[in-house]
Design a protein around this ligand. Structure first.
Ligand SMILES: [Zn+2]
Length: 50
C-alpha cells in the first residue's frame, strides 16, 4: 500500500495516518476528508498538499 504522505500544507510538519484511516497533522490538527478507503484519504491529502 502506498502511504507516501506529503508534509502538512498548513505548517509543514510530517503528516500521519491515524487509526481511523485518515490523514492528520499532529502539529496543527489539519486533517484530510474521511474517504471510503485509506488510499483515497492519502490521495486527498496529497492533492491538498500540492
Ligand atoms: Zn499542520
Amino acid at each position: 500500500m502506498d502511504t507516501d504522505l506529503k508534509p502538512c500544507p498548513c505548517c509543514g510538519a510530517p503528516a500521519e495516518l491515524n487509526e481511523w484511516g485518515y490523514v492528520i497533522c499532529p502539529e496543527c490538527g489539519l486533517s484530510s476528508a474521511i474517504k471510503e478507503t485509506v488510499e483515497e484519504s492519502i490521495a486527498a491529502w496529497n492533492r491538498r498538499a500540492e
